[in-house]
Design a protein around this ligand. Structure first.
Ligand code: MG
Ligand code: ZN
Length: 275
């Protein structure tokens, strides 16, 4: 094991859109969505929208076709594949839902790269309609978090569970990538050896940069797919180098070489910087 766990948000981090909006807009249900939004929680509304689309004759395949057109940049794909090839453990923590995420990841050949997807449950009911259920059942009880987390999901609780499951393996470090308000709780749970990658000028970046001292983790911002790949692979290299106890590699500040061009069979755990 490389000792690096990379945790990704999904919407506006891996895909460059909000998949809920993408499906609602793509299948022509935007007006109804906006009319109902003030009346119910987002997660409950998405379940309701799937019901509405079904009654309009939209099929699961229509929804899947729409999801397959969601924008996902080639450098996000190569960044994820390289991180996986380097031996990092990749997980998703997302407020979308399982069907949306799995459909998109499979379409781009990324599904097998991830060891865990933490998101809202989805299933197809007896009428053939997609149902979406909250990750955390807020009708039963609140998750009790005071950070800006939606009622159906506190990502901080999920990060804490992941950390607890890792505690026997002290060398592991987390790299977390996200854009939204819901990712803020995660960032507060990271430790001083971890890295937080907030998307610049997005809500989680605004929250973090307004009081950066609240975070223990190192903060490394990114704006677009190119920086996503570059910063992620740079941080993985730093973490791998530290685990290998070769401190001379830690001080490098030159641009990281394109890891994805290295032959996979001979992937070194520590990548050399050209002199
Ligand atoms: Mg997001
Ligand atoms: Zn929370």
């Amino acid at each position: 094991m490389a000792g690096v766990v990379v945790i990704f948000d999904f919407d506006k981090t891996i895909v460059d859109c909000d998949t809920d909006n993408w499906v609602v807009d793509g299948l022509g249900a935007t007006a109804l969505f906006e009319e109902l939004l003030p009346t119910m929680p987002w997660n409950s509304l998405m379940d309701r929208m799937m019901s509405e689309l079904h009654s309009q004759g939209r099929t699961m395949e229509d929804i899947a076709d729409c999801l397959r057109t969601a924008p996902l940049h080639p450098q996000i794909i190569s960044g994820i594949k390289t991180a996986h090839a380097l031996g990092c453990e990749l997980r998703i923590v997302s407020d979308a839902n399982h069907f949306f995420i799995e459909t998109i990841l499979r379409h781009h050949g990324l599904f097998e790269c991830f060891s865990e997807i933490n998101t809202n449950k989805s299933f197809i009911d007896e009428e053939g309609k997609l149902r979406i259920q909250p990750y955390h059942d807020f009708n039963f009880a609140s998750h009790g978090c005071c950070n800006p987390c939606p009622p159906n999901m506190c990502k901080g609780v999920i990060i804490k569970r992941i950390q607890d499951s890792m505690s026997s393996e002290e060398e592991k470090r987390i790299i977390y990538l996200g854009d939204g308000k819901g990712d803020y709780c995660s960032s507060l749970k990271l430790g001083e050896r971890d890295f937080m990658m907030p998307r610049k000028n997005y809500p989680v970046w605004e929250l973090i940069t307004s009081s950066p001292l609240l975070l223990k983790a190192e903060i490394h911002e990114w704006s677009d797919a190119e920086e996503f790949e570059e910063v992620l692979l740079k941080l993985i290299n730093i973490a791998l180098s530290a685990n290998k106890k070769t401190p001379e590699l830690l001080s490098m500040d030159r641009k990281f070489p394109t890891v994805s061009r290295l032959p996979h069979k001979t992937f070194p755990q520590v990548l050399q910087v050209p002199h």
